[in-house]
Design a protein around this ligand. Structure first.
Ligand SMILES: Nc1ncnc2c1ncn2[C@@H]1O[C@H](COP(=O)(O)OP(=O)(O)OP(=O)(O)O)[C@@H](O)[C@H]1O
Length: 357
């Protein structure tokens, strides 16, 4: 599956000028509020006709202003999931789900009803009305309804934004299953780094209607100037590794990175599985000599490879640790006191890491 988007569009004073491709899996459109994410989703969905440009899916043209082609939205066969579940209040969950399959072409059997119900864990909800569901349950039903329409592409616009942290945590594993177990490619809009880091295979970073960067999630989130650099709270890196050992007694997972090993709290994956590990930059301390007597389990050795420009008294320090990149956000004062410079051997003391299987 290749979705190719190359469009220009004017919305009042806002200019959208974006080109990117998506090759299946989850492609996240990521950017701050007002960067143009929703407008792009609406253009892909066929809700807005672009002023200029072309959109195609697997070579089939959906919109092309040069040849005046515009496939209307109902003929694109895309499933949409929005911030609000938008279920029919007078229909049961089962009827809401069946509504999705009425739009599926009879010749194509996509996901089965039972398969979708199982995938999203909604079997116990089938006879309830939406008013009797939690926000997270409603969203799972909305995803199910979209999937049962046998979509060629799922467009998800901030599907978790209206949910509290507990509901988000409840629904994220289902989105991961959706990504891993169905073949439906997903365009996923979010301004949450944690969400995108966890779900996306590819990331398109938008700023002021333009594509600022695009590439594999692991690469995009490890760039010093990456999308997270501006975000004081969420900056960090995403590393990929393999589970080497699960210590059930201490509820720890030991992940082998390129050279180093990381101790990660929890038992979220099995031995041999590939996992992503999120290391927030604010949780990384630096030491010029190997520290002793610390409670932190993870001390990685490496070298400083970049020092970001200071903002608000803080600097980002990028290190290469045995082939992996780690980012630390420390005060300018500490950086000066440690005499940090490119090439300096350094120890990264990592306080918390989160496993994202
Ligand atoms: N119909 C419209 N007319 C004029 N301006 C518009 C219109 N629709 C959107 N805009 C403007 O276009 C810009 C991008 O909006 P858009 O909703 O695509 O951003 P976004 O990245 O999805 O933001 P958010 O994360 O807040 O949803 C904003 O400045 C918005 O005010």
């Amino acid at each position: 599956m290749t979705l190719s988007v190359d469009i220009r569009h004017q919305l009042g004073a806002f200019s959208l000028d974006a080109a990117f491709t998506s090759d299946g899996g989850v492609t996240a459109l990521f950017g701050r509020s007002g960067s143009g994410k929703t407008s792009i989703i609406r253009i892909i969905a066929g809700l807005i006709q672009p002023d200029h440009g072309r959109i195609s899916l697997n070579g089939a043209v959906l919109a092309d202003t040069d040849s005046q082609i515009f496939v209307p939205r109902h003929r694109r066969r895309f499933g949409c999931v929005f911030q609000e579940a938008r279920l029919f209040p007078h229909l049961s969950v089962r009827q809401n789900l069946n509504y999705g399959s009425w739009f599926a072409p009879k010749s194509e059997c996509g996901e089965s009803f039972d398969g979708v119900v199982d995938l999203l864990g909604i079997a116990a909800l089938l006879d309830r009305r939406p008013a009797k569901l939690s926000g997270g349950e409603k969203q799972r039903v909305a995803i199910g309804r979209a999937l049962l329409s046998s979509p060629r592409l799922l467009l998800m616009d901030e599907p978790l934004a209206a949910l509290d942290e507990a509901r988000k945590a409840e629904i994220l594993p289902y989105l991961e299953r959706l990504r891993d177990e169905t073949k439906v490619p997903i365009i996923y809009v979010s301004h949450s780094i944690a969400e995108v880091a966890r779900l996306a295979n590819r990331v398109v970073v938008l700023r002021d209607g333009k594509v600022e960067a695009t590439g594999p999630a692991v690469e995009i989130f490890s760039q010093l100037s990456g999308p997270q650099a501006a975000d004081r709270r969420e900056a960090g890196v995403l590393l990929e590794g393999r589970v080497e050992h699960v210590d059930h007694e201490h509820c720890l997972t030991i992940v082998a990175l390129k050279a180093a090993k990381l101790f990660v709290p929890g038992e979220a994956a099995g031995v041999g599985e590939t996992v992503r590990v999120h290391i927030p930059a604010r949780d990384v301390m630096l030491a010029t000599a190997r520290p002793e007597g610390l409670s932190a389990l993870n001390i990685l050795e490496g070298r400083v490879i970049a020092i970001g420009t200071a903002a608000g008294g803080m600097v980002d320090v990028k290190m290469e640790c045995g082939g992996d990149t780690v980012l630390a956000r420390i005060t300018q004062f500490s950086a000066e006191r440690l005499g940090l410079e490119i090439g300096l051997p350094i120890h990264a003391v990592i306080k918390t890491v989160a496993l994202e299987p």
